[in-house]
Design a protein around this ligand. Structure first.
Ligand SMILES: [Zn+2]
Ligand SMILES: [Zn+2]
Length: 624
């Protein structure tokens, strides 16, 4: 039996036999040959094809830098021209080991031994092209000249442990792109380059938006003043929209007794994503306060806001006249995400959620749900978000584990799914239906956004809940028109998701060049010489009094330098002021990404700016 040795090995047969797969696989050999020629004495690890090309791992005799990429490519092209034939050979295990030892490939010797022992192989598969020999299962192109020469490019270097284990030696991984046509390669290179520039972690650093401080803790971002300005603007937007939509704002604590989560059903099931409990001793006054008693209480950091809002609902007697009751909060929650999953603002342990719960009767569900979808639509239009998809997640009556996964009430599932489906149809938004993805308490809409860098994320959900208010859970009731008690339905919604994830998305969406209303610094005033500083500071005061986020570049830099710095910081509006502007009470405008430099009366500018900010106008469409 012969077994793969040089790749992940789990790709489907047809993928492996595709031309592109063969090209990428063959190029990995070609690159390894070129690198080992450039760095004699290097040893090799694995070198498989991947999604957009291939990589190869090396322990290099002398390091490589990106400056070497051109040389590697040149040598690879030379090898392609040589038309080296890929020759296959199955070697008996002793011969295989001897071949690898003679090549000095210690990693491959170890791996070959392991493969042979584990699987009782008698032979191992090898390929030879020109002077280059590798243990590999193929397939490859027939000869190197069959590989299109202009369709690959070395991408980057990274550190990688042998076999992905941090106890093992660190190797250098050389990544490369490879496609069948140059157009595909160019498109991928362009997309990747842009994605690198837009990476929210990079821009978050260079634009001074947030920082993650190991002293504070993993996954607990600190929002710097400029990042906080963006959060505040989003929150203001949500507050205004929600105010107009009849929501009422509430505020709830970050720590809470365990008891609440047992009532809501989050404990014990949700325990693994919650921070561990805090046990405190509390003194309780018994009757009349004469005897004091010490009791232990268990508290947790809040992982979601729902149960708190439900307790607010329960805190007063509610009548059908109070419904729909819409309680909103940008609520801070904590979830103990696995350390390996944490990434910038995208995966964090502390997050602030655009949360609200709508308590309503059955007859209001459709219109309330529709209004939430309309709210999503308004946000998406406002922010120029076009690449999204909606999924209606339904229960699965045929799931053998359905009784544990979902509340067991087929009539309620049928009627609520129907209501949500009708609301979606009325919204006019495209959606697909997926069985078996519902929440345990009801059907929901999941909204997926695709980032400019091609990553797909669930950013928000809109959920209908018929189960939590019932007597066996939180027992929420209102008095109906009939004078009897009824359980309301709840809509859980968070159209802007969490600040953390949404700001990460927006940073990449706008490439850091936010529209004026959202920009951390909206206007920067640039005096063209020190004599005009006073005029600049006077304008700054006027704009600040008009609640504009404004600053003056009072540095000694030359004016062109100041303008360049303004562009690097992606400030939407630069106001350039000099002799003429000062004497005429005017300003000269330079907008980010625009060529025109109109001069206008400062008062007129102020009026226009106010209109632009309050209408949340977007002058430039985001996107690549
Ligand atoms: Zn191969
Ligand atoms: Zn909720």
């Amino acid at each position: 039996m012969t077994k793969p040795a040089n790749q992940s090995g789990d790709s489907a047969e047809d993928v492996k036999n595709s031309t592109l797969y063969k090209i990428r696989h063959s190029l990995a050999h070609v690159m390894a040959q070129a690198v080992c020629d450039m760095r004699p004495g290097s040893t090799r690890g694995f070198g498989p094809p991947v999604d957009n090309g291939f990589y190869y791992d090396f322990v290099l005799s002398e390091p490589l830098t990106p400056e070497d990429f051109k040389e590697i490519e040149k040598r690879m092209k030379r090898i392609l021209k040589l038309g080296q034939v890929f020759e296959h050979e199955d070697l008996a295990i002793p011969d295989a080991l001897k071949t690898l030892e003679d090549l000095g490939e210690a990693f491959k010797v170890a791996y070959a031994k392991e493969l042979a022992e584990k699987n009782n192989y008698e032979t191992l598969s090898f390929y030879k092209n020109g002077p280059f020999v590798d243990m590999c299962e193929g397939p490859h192109v027939e000869k190197t000249s069959k590989i299109p020469a202009g369709c690959f490019k070395i991408r980057s270097l990274a550190g990688a442990y042998w076999r992905g284990d941090e106890k093992n030696q660190m190797m250098t991984r050389v990544y490369a792109w490879a496609y069948e046509t140059k157009d595909e390669l160019d498109e991928e290179v362009r997309r990747w380059t842009e994605a690198q520039k837009r990476d929210h972690k990079k821009l978050g650093q260079s634009l001074d938006l947030f920082t993650i401080d190991p002293v504070v803790g993993k996954g607990l971002p600190l929002w710097l003043p400029k990042g906080t300005a963006i959060r505040d603007e989003l929150e203001k937007l949500a507050q205004e929209e929600e105010f107009r939509g009849g929501y009422q704002r509430v505020a709830t604590p970050h720590v809470t007794r365990d008891e609440l989560y047992y009532q809501s059903g989050h404990l014990p099931y949700y325990a693994d994503v919650m921070y561990p409990p805090m046990v405190v001793e509390e003194t309780v006054d018994s009757d009349g306060g004469e005897q004091e008693q010490a009791v232990k209480e268990t508290y947790r950091l809040k992982p979601m806001n729902c149960p708190h809002h439900h307790r607010i609902f329960a805190a007063r007697k509610r009548s059908y006249r109070d419904l729909p009751l819409r309680l909103a909060e940008y609520g801070q929650v904590y979830r103990f995400e696995e350390h390996g999953a944490l990434s910038g603002l995208l995966r964090v342990r502390g997050m602030c959620m655009n949360d609200a719960h709508i308590y309503c009767t059955e007859k209001d569900i459709e219109s309330e749900f529709l209004e939430v979808m309309n709210l999503h639509d308004r946000y998406f239009k406002l922010l120029g978000i076009k690449d999204y998809s909606m999924r209606l997640s339904l229960w699965d009556p045929d799931d053998p584990k359905g009784k544990e996964k979902y509340v067991d009430d087929s009539a309620a599932w049928a009627s609520t799914e129907d209501l949500v489906r009708r609301a979606m149809q009325k919204s006019g938004m495209d959606f697909t239906e997926v069985k078996g993805e519902a929440a345990f308490y009801g059907p929901k809409i999941d909204i997926q956004l695709r980032t400019v860098t091609g990553r797909e994320e669930t950013f928000s959900t809109n959920q209908l809940d018929f189960a939590i208010p019932r007597a066996d859970r939180m027992n929420l009731v209102y008095t109906g028109a009939d004078g009897a008690d009824h359980h309301p339905y709840i809509i859980h919604r968070a159209p802007l998701g969490t600040h953390e994830r949404f700001v990460a998305y927006l940073i990449e969406h706008f490439g850091g060049a936010f529209p004026t209303w959202l920009a951390p610094v909206q206007v920067r005033i640039i005096p063209i010489g020190e004599k005009f500083n006073d005029y600049a500071y006077k304008l700054e005061t006027e704009l600040r009094n008009a609640l504009v986020r404004v600053e003056v570049d009072g540095s000694d830099d030359k004016v062109n330098r100041k303008i360049r710095n303004g562009a690097t910081s992606k400030v939407p509006i630069l106001l350039i002021v000099g002799e003429r502007e000062q004497s005429d009470s005017t300003v000269t405008l330079r907008r980010y990404g625009e060529k025109d430099q109109p001069t206008m009366a400062f008062d007129q500018f102020k009026t226009e700016l106010h209109a632009e900010i309050s209408a949340r106008t977007m002058r430039r469409q985001p996107g690549l």
